[in-house]
Design a protein around this ligand. Structure first.
Ligand code: GLP
Length: 243
């Protein structure tokens, strides 16, 4: 695990965008694993700017997102499909049929998850997975649990995640209690992982991820076992690291 600490989140985001751009320059047909939340937004803005400048081209790129809320369709304003469309896909030239996000409206959620993992495997696994970090240490929507999850599955969101993500839903709008997420094993099969965490509210989760034991109660700690994981932090997120 390579940990880089930057003075502020803008620099950590710029570094993440450079790693993703480098991946796409190196391998124009890259399979990218993408994330939602507020952390990736400046990264996506930077990638869009690089595409406009002609630095990178997404026409041969394939994308798989980490997760989606159960019950929200692509047009729902709070769905991750819509988030990705508005914040990245509609601004670059990745072909629509190269974009994959779990279908939160699937009749058979288990079959949807199995098909999602099978599609990633058929694509040759993810070349690079971008991750944010939940304040409770989750990656994707893999919540703290007694054991590490394996493959993609339907998860019941924790009380903390429901509180943390409430801000993305309008007042009074109902929020799904479940989500489909890539499992830990699915994420760990990515050839490269880039995790970005910014802000003091992530500091405890960062400490557990980097310095704690590998523990399913701190899901991101599994990244200590990945052979090519880069952790990009701002000073606030890194503030509880002792080593
Ligand atoms: C959600 C997503 C995660 C993301 C996390 C952190 O729960 N499922 O993939 O990492 O939020 O969000 P933020 O970047 O807004 O702090």
């Amino acid at each position: 695990m390579n940990v880089c600490v930057y003075p502020n989140g803008d620099l950590a985001s710029a570094a993440a965008a450079m790693l993703i751009a480098g991946q796409v320059i190196d391998k124009p047909g890259s399979v990218l694993g993408l994330a939602t939340g507020s952390t990736p937004l400046p990264i996506y803005r930077e990638l869009i700017a690089m595409w406009h400048r002609g630095v990178i081209d997404f026409k041969n790129v394939t994308t798989y997102n980490l997760d989606e809320y159960v019950g929200l369709g692509p047009d729902h304003p709070c769905s991750y499909r819509r988030f990705m469309q508005e914040n990245l896909f509609s601004h670059i030239n990745v072909p629509q049929d190269s974009i994959h996000i779990p279908n939160g409206l699937a009749q058979d959620l288990d079959a949807e998850c199995a098909a999602y993992d099978a599609a990633i495997a058929a694509a040759g696994q993810l070349d690079l997975q971008l991750l944010g970090l939940g304040a409770n240490g989750h990656i994707g929507f893999n919540e703290p649990a007694a054991v590490f999850t394996t493959h993609s599955y339907c998860v019941k969101l924790s009380a903390q995640t429901l509180r943390d993500n409430r801000r993305f839903f309008e007042d009074g709008a109902s929020m799904p209690s479940h989500a489909l997420t890539m499992g830990i094993a699915s994420i760990m099969q990515a050839k490269r992982i880039v995790l970005v965490a910014t802000g003091g509210n992530k500091a405890a989760a960062v400490r557990a991820m980097v310095e704690g034991p590998v523990d399913p109660m701190a899901p991101a700690s599994i990244l200590q076992m990945h052979r090519h994981a880069t952790i990009l932090l701002d000073a606030d997120a890194a503030s509880l690291l002792s080593r």
